[in-house]
Design a protein around this ligand. Structure first.
Ligand code: AMP
Length: 427
């Protein structure tokens, strides 16, 4: 016998009906913030030319170098499942001539991203991201606004210990110089670095600052800090971002080790992490920053931009464990019960009439016993049950049972929609 079991791929998961209320709760928090700040929704294809990410996210990053799902199509194109949104949105900005629109262009997107990472708690191979992007504005107030929006969403969802970590990683003016200083420091400590960092030292020395390995912590502690080596423009920009954060009274911490894993960032980078009561990090919920060079790298004009991405599944798993209040699903107050073949047939039509009148109604057409149907109505908390049996179907009336008092009333079939409307209006 074939023992092969069909199941989800490792690192992927179904979002079941029971999970939906949590996702809807997060979506509600997102909707209210994006609407208020004037962001418009964009949807880009899940599948893109792999080049968009090779050039955009960068081939030396783990996200592209190690984790991207890419393949050759039957037509010979090299394509990739998006590992993140930003390069796709920048590609769309260029392709659709959005630089002709009033600037800045504020966009948001929600959808699945794919990374072939080692699955673990909060780390999936398919995960939902919210992405916010502001293109065409270099002002530090935009960086502040994006951080504020991210924080607002978490606050709305009841996160009390979220901590904002910020840093500046400079730009093409000052970063190459800092990289040199850092590299020469790290080379002198090479034997004390983990094997991954020994490799990173060649490809992307900044990433060593990001390393979580015990071994590298001592080396990191003595490393030069980029904030001390920013050029004048980056220094001024960072100072203003921090002033905005102060003004907004956002609880931020300067984190000189925060470099983020993607190549395109310039100037501000930030993450929002959740902490437990003892201040221990529970992982990153939002990550973002400024990417003033990306649109040009992808073939567009010089366009400053700033954005953030948020892991929705991570947020959902936290709010589920805290049992954050989710919107209660409104249950209909009327339940339709039917008995017998003719009544069942006719009740489908009556059900449709209620739908046209926009009166919510529950039913259980698949159940035949009246008792089972009344039980369902009770469980749902229905106020009235419309009983439609053989006699009712023959004589064209409906028995309306008030579930609270147990009293019953007969109403002509062609009047029942109107009568129920009145009852609903009266209560
Ligand atoms: P990034 O695009 O790497 O900057 O990540 C932005 C946010 O997406 C992170 O803060 C996480 O909340 C979320 N995220 C990133 N990778 C994963 C993953 N593999 N599974 C679930 N969430 C993720």
């Amino acid at each position: 016998m074939n023992k092969f079991k069909l199941q989800t791929l490792s690192g992927m998961h179904d979002i079941l009906p029971d999970d939906q209320k949590y996702y809807q709760r997060v979506q509600k928090a997102i909707d209210s913030v994006v609407k208020y700040y004037g962001f418009e929704k964009i949807e880009t294809p899940i599948l893109e030319m792999a080049e968009v990410f090779y050039k955009g996210t960068g081939v030396t990053t783990d996200v592209v170098g190690k984790e991207m799902y890419s393949f050759k199509t039957k037509g010979g194109d090299i394509v990739a499942l998006r590992p993140e949104f930003t390069p796709s949105i920048a590609r769309s900005y260029i392709e659709n001539g959005m630089h002709n629109l009033p600037q800045p262009v504020k966009l948001y997107a929600v959808g699945p991203c794919f990374r072939y990472e080692r699955p673990q708690a909060g780390r999936y191979r398919q995960f939902e991201q919210l992405d916010l992007e502001v293109l065409g504005d270099s002002n530090p107030s935009i960086d502040g606004q994006i951080i504020q929006m991210s924080y607002d969403i978490l606050k709305d969802l009841g996160f009390k210990n979220a901590s904002i970590q910020v840093n500046s990683i400079g730009d093409s003016e000052c970063r190459p110089y800092f990289k040199k200083i850092l590299t020469s420091y790290l080379k002198s400590k090479k034997s004390s670095l983990c094997s991954d960092c020994q490799r990173r030292l060649k490809e992307n020395p900044l990433r060593v600052l990001d390393c979580k390995e015990e071994k590298c912590q001592v080396v990191k502690a003595g490393a030069p800090q980029i904030v001390d080596h920013l050029c004048e423009a980056c220094h001024a920009h960072f100072k203003q971002v921090l002033e905005f954060l102060d003004e907004l009274e956002l609880p931020y911490e300067l984190n000189p080790y925060l470099v983020r894993g993607l190549d395109y960032y310039t100037k501000t980078v930030f993450e929002i992490i959740d902490k437990d009561e003892n201040g221990i990090s529970l992982g990153s919920l939002f990550g973002g920053g400024r990417y003033d060079g990306l649109v040009k790298i992808l073939g567009g004009r010089d366009t400053p931009a700033c954005g953030v991405a948020c892991g929705i599944d991570r947020i959902v798993s936290i709010i589920r464990s805290k049992d954050v209040k989710t919107a209660k699903v409104e249950e209909p107050e009327i339940f339709m019960a039917q008995l017998g073949q003719m009544a069942k047939r006719k009740s489908l039509k009556l059900f449709e009439e209620f739908r046209k009148a926009k009166i919510p109604m529950a039913e259980s057409f698949s159940k035949d016993s009246l008792r089972a149907q009344l039980r369902s109505a009770n469980k749902m908390g229905a106020k009235w049950v419309l009983i439609f049996g053989q006699k009712e179907a023959l004589e064209n009336f409906v028995t309306v049972r008030d579930m609270k008092t147990g009293t019953q009333q007969e109403i002509a079939l062609d009047k029942v929609v109107e009568e129920m409307k009145k009852k609903l209006a009266k209560k």
